[in-house]
Design a protein around this ligand. Structure first.
Ligand code: FES
Ligand SMILES: [Fe+2]
Length: 401
């Protein structure tokens, strides 16, 4: 993040801490609980958001070397993403052009060739069909036309984006907006090294998982013995680009280290020491850069049950920390592992427990709506954006409910 912006945000946090104030969305937002339970809605989300938008399948560090690959079936389309011999990023439908079997079944690895386990057709990292056993028995086939089906793919700012529809438009200028396209390069995400991956299959709608990241109001209660020790609750910064028609938004959470850092000269201020930036990429990605690296959180709906989802919580580390040598290296490694696992476990054991409890109540139909407060603007923006994109109505903000 540009330093001038870091200083602006830290000053805002300090002013709010000193005055006991917080961000103010200007009113109360009424959110229908059916958004978490409705099957028809879930079908539309799948078609329009998960099959109809570019998906983040990982970060550049996941494909660190030529031949590196990863596979994904998170949105119901089998995807094989590769790093070609020339370093370029590709993505394909991970389905053999013979009879459709999944070609690569490992989640990740490094290969020069992908051999289908069924009859051993062979593809290279660029998706070309380069081998067919017993071709003279099989019959004539134009191998040029029977490579793996290519998917639109682009690597930008260290993030790997794939459109799950071969004919889909991969418009990252629109997805990220001018703001994130300007700010993301300052984090050098491309250099980050994958360290830890957690996957949680949880009995709550994917948006309830996203919602848990959308405010700090709960830190002093739900996280009183964990995150509240290192973060001030009930204070944050919030910005979005709605004024230019965008859908991006960013929160800044407030670390307690701000209490010391505020006394340093401004040119020594560091938002990753004093706070935690939380970027939202619509519809299901959250990025949180911090001192040691970045957390990438993605939430995917279950294909059959609106009340279930899978969260992927991946931690990537700054390379200079990984490359540390000397006696402190082991200590750094242990510290980072503790951060990575500790953070994911808090999400699982605290936030997602609330998600499941909310889902249980939503499934009962007992409440027809819930309320997002003035201090929860990310939730306003997220759900208003969601509603706008599905052409649903949004109730006006209320002063009192
Ligand atoms: S289905 Fe892949 S080789 Fe036959
Ligand atoms: Fe939380």
């Amino acid at each position: 993040m540009h330093h001038k912006e870091q200083v602006r945000l830290m000053k805002q946090l300090i002013e709010r801490l000193d005055s006991g104030s917080n961000v103010d969305a200007g009113g109360l937002f009424i959110q229908p609980t059916s958004t978490y339970t409705n099957r028809e809605r879930a079908r539309r989300e799948r078609d329009e958001f998960f099959l109809g938008l570019p998906q983040c399948v990982g970060m550049s560090g996941d494909l660190a070397e030529p031949g590196a690959f990863l596979t994904s079936n998170d949105v119901g389309v089998p995807i094989l993403a590769t790093r070609g011999a020339d370093g370029s990023f590709h993505a394909f439908i991970n389905s053999c052009r013979h009879r459709g079997a999944i070609v690569e079944t490992e989640p990740r690895g490094t290969k020069r060739r992908f051999t289908c386990p069924f009859h051993a057709w062979i593809y290279d990292t660029g998706g070309a069909l380069v081998g067919i056993p017993k071709l003279e028995h099989f019959g004539n086939i134009d191998t040029e036309c029977h490579g793996l089906k290519q998917l639109p793919a682009e690597e930008r700012h260290g993030l790997l984006f794939v459109h799950p529809n071969p004919n889909g438009a991969l418009d990252l200028d629109d997805l990220l907006g001018a703001w994130f396209n300007d700010e993301f390069p300052t984090w050098d995400f491309a250099a980050m090294v994958p360290i830890n991956r957690d996957t949680y299959d949880t009995a709550c709608n994917w948006k309830l998982a996203m919602d848990t990241f959308g405010e700090t109001y709960h830190f002093s209660s739900l996280h009183k013995d964990t995150l509240f020790n290192t973060f001030h609750g009930n204070v944050q910064c919030y910005d979005d680009d709605a004024d230019v028609g965008g859908h991006s938004h960013r929160m800044i959470l407030c670390r307690r280290e701000i209490d010391q850092m505020r006394h340093l000269p401004e040119d020594e201020w560091d938002i990753t020491v004093a706070g935690l930036p939380v970027y939202w990429i619509f519809p299901n990605v959250i990025l949180m850069p911090f001192r040691a690296g970045v957390f990438l959180v993605r939430a995917y709906p279950d294909r059959n049950d609106p009340g279930r989802h899978v969260s992927r919580i991946d931690f990537y580390m700054k390379p200079e920390l990984q490359n540390a040598t000397g006696p402190e290296a082991l200590e750094i490694q242990e510290f980072i592992q503790t951060i990575a696992q500790g953070f994911a476990e808090i999400i699982r054991d605290e936030d997602y427990v609330m998600g499941e409890s909310q889902q249980t109540a939503a499934n009962s139909g007992a409440l027809d709506h819930i309320i997002f407060g003035r201090n929860e603007p990310a939730l306003h923006h997220y759900h208003a954006t969601y509603a706008r994109k599905l052409s649903l109505g949004v109730e006006p903000l209320l002063d009192t409910v």
